[in-house]
Design a protein around this ligand. Structure first.
Ligand code: T1G
Length: 696
């Protein structure tokens, strides 16, 4: 856990303590005990003139071991705070020698040292806020004393990392070194050991550049926009604000108390669940065969999805060939891509050379022969099986035998598509989310004959694109869109029963959803789900309740934002939904025709009907093996459907409420609303056995 060596120089000996806890040098109880002991020995050893702290592998340290939170191990002495005080109060100079990332408790350790030097490629961050907590080992108190309130506030409340040159310009590190990091750190320790002026201890340092309350108000506003509904950012800001009025000990006590409040709260448990859920989802299935390196990709279709996918691939430095049926379509797609990059350039997100490099990676053609040498093709054409089969048979003819053929369909049958080719084992679904160059989620759809090496290759490719690949099986709408149907269904039923679009959407926004289902429908375009409902109509049992509200709106040509009206009205060029009394009349008429009695609808009912519809369908999906883990469903909903991270995803949320309570409510809805609310067998089974989705 801690490798301890003594480096001897003519000027004296230095103890080099290396945190060695792969893969990320997490600081768990074992590391704390070993480090505390090694520090004690080094400080007591008269031969030792200085102490250097560093990390093995590719990280200095990525902070406290998150797995130990809320377990007895997290309370085992010495605490991280005690270790940091040992470093800071050491009579011998302590130097942090940083390479790779110094995150969370790892950066707090470095702040306890008297000096910090780092390699050029290092990064520094306090990402705790993204886990629903705050830096609990002095980061909110020592960092402002070192770099000033403004920059410290940004790092603590934002959670993003800074690079080594930013760290140096802020004074977070004393020296930036290219090579010999540890020996240069030893030299610095020896230099400091003979200095007469005292060792710099942040605990005694006055606050750096101070700030007035406006800075904190601004930070709270920003946190409210960036982390809507999350409490941790506000606690982070409150801790940094205390540095203006509290001394270090009072500040540390306040920080500790707020840390305990957060780490024992549901929000942080939800966000930590997601941290590990994302990493579990991104693990590809075991693969025997060699993976296909994807160096060149073909995109069929230069529409909204095709252009977004092409950009996300070029952004990863991989060359793309974009194919379209006609020149006009191709030119339009190219203009969209150039336009998006131009706006990134104007917003300073990309440099001119970045944009040039990415555009140079995207070539266009009307000729399928241009796809003869690609490793992967992603078809992003019109959502019609006939169109897709025609494209796949052309691809089957022109592409290399080992080229992977993927479809960006959002709900159609991948097995059916695969069967229309001579290479069903090479056919897979890659369901990107709009805008594809922004959204991180990628549903990787495994067909019954898709080879595991093809899945493995797609997972590796997705990680290169910075996407979160989640493996799902074939059914209508896969996981995400299949669950959206009952969620939206209930929203439409609630309208008929007396709620207004504003009431439904605002109740879900208060719950934490990025957007309510009706506004989301308007944004995505109501024609997409209308087409799906029309496709399903022939097989829909007549005795099952069906709301005509959305169909009626579409029949009026109101397809959402793109037509200026849907469930709401939109001023031209604006995305702000405006209530439309005509819709209330339309809904009342649909209710009358359907014989639905209208009544007072509470926000609680709106949340229960929509959320439990998601959970119930999620349980069916799990039982059918369409999703491998309940946590995969959580990742899909948080990364792809605007589900609040501070609730952990629909399945985690259900566990938080308690499955017995969820099932009881669903059974009440079943009694009242009929078959559509039949409880999922898996849900009943879990409740009968006192288990939760997390136990699966
Ligand atoms: N604790 C426990 N496990 C961790 C971990 C951590 N802090 N960080 C990573 N892992 C595991 C991860 O689950 C995975 O495991 C493996 O390491 C590789 O990670 C007191 C309270 C560092 C940027 O928030 O952001 O300090 O899946 O796949 O893509 O104030 O991991 O292989 O079994 O993500 O190269 C603050 C969290 C903690 C940093 C590397 N620190 N980690 O990314 O690898 S709270 C963080 C990351 C704290 C103090 C407070 C990333 C990474 P497995 P990976 P990666």
């Amino acid at each position: 856990m801690i490798a301890s060596q003594t480096a001897t120089f003519p000027q004296g000996a230095v103890a080099v303590l290396t945190i060695d806890n792969p893969p990320v040098n997490g600081i768990g109880s074992g590391v704390r005990v070993a480090l505390g002991k090694a520090l004690e020995e080094a400080i007591a050893n008269p031969m030792i003139k200085g102490i250097v702290l560093t990390g093995s592998g590719s990280f200095f340290s990525c902070g406290a071991d998150i797995r130990e939170f809320n377990t007895p191990k997290s309370r085992q002495e010495p605490s991280l705070r005690a270790i940091i005080e040992q470093l800071e109060n050491s009579p011998k100079p302590t130097v942090a020698a940083i390479h790779g990332a110094a995150l969370g408790g790892g950066l707090e350790l470095a702040l306890g040292c008297h000096y910090r030097i780092a390699q050029a490629k290092s990064s520094f961050g306090l990402p705790e806020v993204k886990l629903g907590i705050l830096p609990g080992a002095g980061g909110t108190q020592r960092l402002p004393r070192l770099i000033g309130i403004g920059p410290a506030l940004e790092m603590v409340a934002g959670g993003d990392s800074i690079d080594a040159s930013q760290a140096q310009s802020l004074g977070l590190i004393e020296r930036l070194v290219q090579t010999d990091l540890v020996s240069q750190a030893c030299e610095l320790a020896l230099e400091a050991s003979i200095r007469t002026e005292g060792l710099p201890r942040l605990s005694r340092a006055p606050i750096g550049a101070t700030a007035d309350s406006k800075v904190f108000d601004e930070a709270r506003k920003l946190a409210g926009r960036r982390y809507r509904g999350c409490i941790a950012p506000l606690e982070c800001i409150a801790c940094v604000e205390k540095t203006l009025t509290f001394d270090l000990d009072e500040g540390l006590a306040f920080e500790r108390e707020r840390f305990q409040f957060l780490v024992n709260g549901d929000q942080s448990k939800a966000q930590r669940h997601l941290f590990f859920a994302e990493r579990a989802a991104m693990k590809p299935p075991k693969v025997e065969a060699e993976l296909t390196p994807i160096r060149k990709v073909g995109i069929v279709g230069a529409g909204t999805m095709g252009t977004g996918i092409a950009m996300s691939i070029a952004n990863a430095g991989i060359s793309v060939v974009m194919i379209e049926r006609d020149q006009a379509g191709l030119d339009h797609g190219w203009e969209v891509i150039k336009g998006n990059y131009a706006s990134s350039l104007s917003r300073g997100k990309l440099s001119d050379s970045d944009v040039k490099a990415r555009l140079a990676l995207i070539s266009r053609s009307l000729d399928y022969a241009a796809l003869a040498d690609v490793d992967l093709v992603i078809e992003a054409a019109f959502e019609d099986m006939g169109v897709k089969k025609e494209i796949f048979s052309r691809l089957d003819a022109v592409c290399k035998p080992d080229t992977i053929l993927a479809s960006n369909t959002s709900r159609l049958d991948i097995n059916d598509l695969a069967a229309s080719t001579s290479r069903p084992s090479k056919v897979i679904g890659t369901h990107f989310f709009s805008p594809a160059n922004v959204m991180r989620l990628l549903e990787v759809v495994q067909g019954t004959r898709t080879a595991t090496d093809v899945i493995g290759s797609l997972f590796a490719f997705a990680r290169k694109l910075g996407k979160i690949p989640v493996l799902v099986g074939v059914c209508d709408g896969f996981v995400g869109n299949r669950m959206v149907s009952p969620y939206t269904r209930e929203a439409h039923f609630l309208l008929e029963e007396g709620a207004t679009p504003e009431q439904v959407d605002s109740a879900l926004r208060r719950f934490g959803m990025a957007m309510g289902p009706l506004q989301m429908g308007d944004m995505a375009g109501l024609d997409i789900s209308w087409a799906a409902r029309k496709r399903m109509a022939p097989t829909r049992p007549a005795h099952i309740r069906y709301s005509k509200v959305a169909d009626t709106i579409c029949e009026l040509g109101r397809l959402g934002q793109k037509t200026g009206a849907g469930f709401y009205r939109y001023e031209s060029g604006s995305r702000t939904p405006i209530s439309d009394p005509a819709i209330d009349v339309l809904i009342a008429e649909c209710a009358r025709e359907a014989g639905v009695e209208r009544r007072e609808i509470t926000d609680v009912e709106i949340i229960q009907r929509t959320m439990y519809a998601l959970v119930n369908e999620g349980a069916r999906i799990l039982q059918e093996g369409i999703a491998q883990r309940a946590s995969d469903i959580d990742v899909i909903y948080v990364a792809g459907y605007g589900f609040p991270a501070f609730r952990g995803g629909p399945m985690f949320y259900a566990d938080t409420v308690g499955l017995a309570e969820v099932l009881a409510t669903i059974e009440r809805f079943h009694d009242r609303h009929g078959e559509l609310w039949a409880p999922a067998p898996l849900l009943k089974e879990l409740v009968e056995n006192g288990r939760s989705f997390a136990d699966l």
